[in-house]
Design a protein around this ligand. Structure first.
Ligand code: ADP
Ligand code: ZN
Ligand code: ZN
Length: 728
């Protein structure tokens, strides 16, 4: 009888699958195999050998093919991913497959690409080549001049694009040799380190001291306080001690400045892992990380799942950022996974931010994280002054009060730079009929279409569908259409009218879609060529605009009335982050926040006492309401073409959970999602809440043993979201 293996197969079905092992090599967990699955052949990962299976012998299928000699996922990482599969209640096969780059998921070899080099050998003789073999002579002379040093193929191609044939002839003569090797990225630091400020020095000392053991830190540094400098020092020390460092940032492609700073200051093998890489670049970076060749890995969310055999330091920059949570498929939170990972590999982890998530603040209170404060800005910079501007009953010019426009003019006159923040792209969020009151709605979502004047389109920001702006109302035909509300396009137009001779840069997802456009716009912002910047939250993250003196926040009120219990937290974080762009060098910054709720105590606290005081009050409210982080939540979501099917399925989930419920756990719903119809499908959800994480986990595990078999499960798409960040 041949051996049996368990294979994790990427499939929405829970569990691992048993196969026959008829291959000659040994069974190695973490190795990729091709196996039959249903009618397809898929790439799975060996979990381990087993002695016994419940699958009848005639139904057992063999492993077709083995892809790797060595595991692509090492044992320690496999165990963490198995934990994550249990914690997030997501099938192991899909969890493991999310940890692999796309090319490895498709069965491509896990091998670093090699590059070609050529060098001249002893005994070659340029003079004895026939005079007419011009190119051969030229190429050989080039190689001889480099004294037998390997020369990259690219250098020869630069001499002539038809270099291959003559080089081949030279190789046949035995005068030139071809060598292939892996080119390791090798960066050289170009800038010197500044002296640390006292608070930076204590933070660095505490983190460096913990290298080699697990400890969690919250580096709470106001914007511009030099958190990055702290990271750099700790990475350098980790590198000295032979450790790899992993740095996670929300979106590297949005902050090219940050990558440049790392390259300026760090030496050795730096690789980045983010969505702007193509598949083969991504595989290369991943392999450098996984083979232990990379000293420093700078990546977005999914880089936390990459193998790092020498891992010794994890940094999560902007730990409060929502993009750290995966919103579909394997819905893990990269910060939380990173914390587990640091514990498992016994290394320090640093969560850095000016506006900590309430989860992390609570962890500090509970003693799970050590707080390292940076309370002052580096250099001469002072914190910006924040002021609320009451816009009730004031005359507004395109959503901006005259006082605000005057303030902009004053700053521009004094050679300052102005940032206008409005978290909506497009021209106006609604197209409304003045005669019948109908709004132009998305035909597939419960949402209004956004007016985009530049492209003459109506676009749905939820499902992406679009159509031309209609000449008249789509309900009654009236041409009396009002564009209601404000977006970046409209504000840019209004400011162009107010300040006709002032260069303006609009920075949002629309204006930066073209490759290189974002870099170009950011460059204009950094140099100060653009005097007014108009943008969405893309402008909030980590940028350093040295000339910026005034930040205007146009729509602060939206967060006060959000449907989600985290709206207020996110509003506070966004305002402080945007405000933090102002006055980062010698000139002091001012922040003006337009509001129709100037007396709102939360806004008042945020503006006058700062984020910490704001967070304290908001967290007390969460505690009273028994909301996270003071309780634990999970969502079961379902969507279907027919609203009743999603609802019926969740009703079955409720029944089954009530039957098996252990401990105290609330089941709320099923209820329609806050936006019920999205992309033409109806969505419903069930909220599970408990004051014990283990209770929630236990009940979900119980549910997962039979959710596949509930009669309604085939009629809709469903998912489980543990610790959801958005409740819809
Ligand atoms: P944060 O990430 O906390 O917002 P940064 O790391 O971007 O802050 O630092 C803000 C500015 O201060 C940068 O221009 C940085 O080069 C500078 N800076 C940081 N630390 C020091 C220091 N110790 N001495 C002088 N300048 C510093
Ligand atoms: Zn109408
Ligand atoms: Zn839509």
């Amino acid at each position: 009888m041949s051996a049996l293996v368990q294979v994790a197969v990427p499939s929405p079905l829970y569990g691992v699958f048993d196969y026959l092992w008829t291959q000659s090599q040994a069974i190695v967990p973490g190795v990729r195999v091709a196996v039959p699955f249903g009618r397809r052949t898929v790439t799975g990962i060996i979990v381990g050998e087993i002695a016994h299976t419940d699958v009848p012998v005639e139904k057992l299928k063999p492993v077709y093919r083995v892809f790797d000699a060595e595991p692509v996922l090492p044992g320690d990482l496999m165990r963490l991913l198995e934990w994550a599969s249990r914690y997030y209640h997501h099938p192991l096969g899909e969890v493991l497959s999310s940890a692999l780059p796309a090319l490895l998921r498709r069965g491509k070899p896990a091998e670093l690409a090699t590059q070609e080099f050529f060098r001249s050998l002893a005994g070659c003789d340029v003079q004895s080549l026939p005079a007419r073999a011009l190119l051969q002579r030229q190429l050989l002379r080039y190689l001889v001049d480099r004294a037998g040093q390997p020369v990259a193929a690219a250098a020869l191609r630069a001499i002539s694009t038809s270099w291959r044939t003559p080089v081949k002839s030279l190789m046949e003569r035995g005068w030139v040799e071809r060598v292939t090797s892996v080119q390791l990225p090798d960066n050289t630091a170009k800038a010197a380190a500044p002296d640390l400020l006292p608070e930076q020095a204590s933070a660095v000392a505490a983190i460096q001291k913990s290298l080699g053991s697990f400890q969690g830190f919250l580096l709470k540094g106001v914007t511009g306080s030099g958190k990055t400098e702290v990271y750099l020092r700790c990475i350098q020390e980790a590198q000295q001690r032979g450790f790899q460092s992993l740095i996670m940032v929300p979106e590297i492609s949005l902050t090219p400045q940050l990558m440049t700073r790392f390259e300026q200051r760090l030496s050795g093998c730096l690789v980045s892992l983010h969505s702007a890489l193509n598949d083969s670049e991504r595989l290369q970076s991943w392999l450098f990380a996984a083979n232990g060749l990379a000293d420093v890995v700078i990546g977005t969310r999914s880089s936390v799942l990459a193998p790092l055999p020498r891992l010794g330091l994890i940094i999560v920059d902007e730990e409060h950022d929502g993009s750290l949570k995966q919103q579909d498929g394997f819905r893990y939170h990269a910060r939380d996974f990173a914390l587990m990972r640091a514990r498992a590999c016994q290394c320090p982890i640093v969560l850095g931010t000016a506006t900590p998530s309430f989860e992390s603040l609570n962890s500090v209170r509970a003693g799970r994280l050590t707080e390292l404060p940076l309370t002052r800005r580096a250099g001469d910079a002072v914190p910006p002054t924040l002021a609320l501007m009451d816009i009730r009953r004031r005359k507004l010019v395109e959503g901006m009060s005259d006082r605000l426009i005057d303030a902009m003019r004053a700053h521009l006159d004094e050679q300052g730079q102005v940032l206008v923040f409005i978290n909506r792209r497009g021209f106006a969020p609604t197209l409304l009929c003045n005669d019948c009151g109908a709004a132009a709605d998305c035909r597939r979502c419960d949402a209004h279409m956004t007016v985009h004047v530049r492209h003459n389109r109506l676009r749905c920001h939820h499902c992406g569908s679009e159509r031309p702006i209609p000449p008249g109302c789509e309900s009654c035909g009236s041409t009396q259409l009002d564009r209601v509300g404000f977006g970046t396009e409209r504000i840019t137009d209004a400011l162009t009218e107010q300040f006709p001779d002032t260069p303006i840069a609009r920075i949002d997802r629309d204006s930066t879609r073209r490759k290189g456009a974002l870099e170009a716009q950011l460059q204009r912002a950094v140099t100060g060529e653009a005097r007014i910047l108009v943008g969405t939250q893309m402008l909030a993250k980590g940028h350093h605009f040295p000339k910026l003196t005034l930040v205007c926040i146009l729509d602060a009120d939206r967060g006060l009335f959000g449907t989600d219990f985290r709206s207020l937290e996110h509003m506070g974080q966004l305002i402080v982050q945007v405000a933090g762009r102002a006055g980062r060098e010698s000139r002091a910054g001012t922040v003006m926040i337009q509001t129709r709720n100037p007396d709102n105590p939360m806004l008042q606290t945020l503006v006058h006492e700062g984020y910490e005081a704001f967070a304290r009050i908001a967290m007390d409210e969460r505690k009273t309401a028994e909301l996270p982080p003071f309780s634990f939540m999970a969502l079961v979501r379902a969507e279907a073409a027919d609203a009743r099917q999603a609802h019926a399925f969740l009703q079955q989930v409720v029944q089954s959970m009530e039957q098996h419920r252990v401990g105290s756990m609330e089941i709320l719903g099923p209820a329609p999602a806050p936006m019920e119809r999205l992309g033409g499908r109806f969505r419903a959800q069930l909220l599970l809440q408990s004051d014990k994480r283990s209770t929630l986990n236990h009940n979900l595990a119980q549910l997962c043993t039979h959710i596949d078999h509930l009669p309604g499960s085939r009629k809709c798409r469903w998912s489980i979201d543990v610790d959801p960040v958005d409740l819809y």
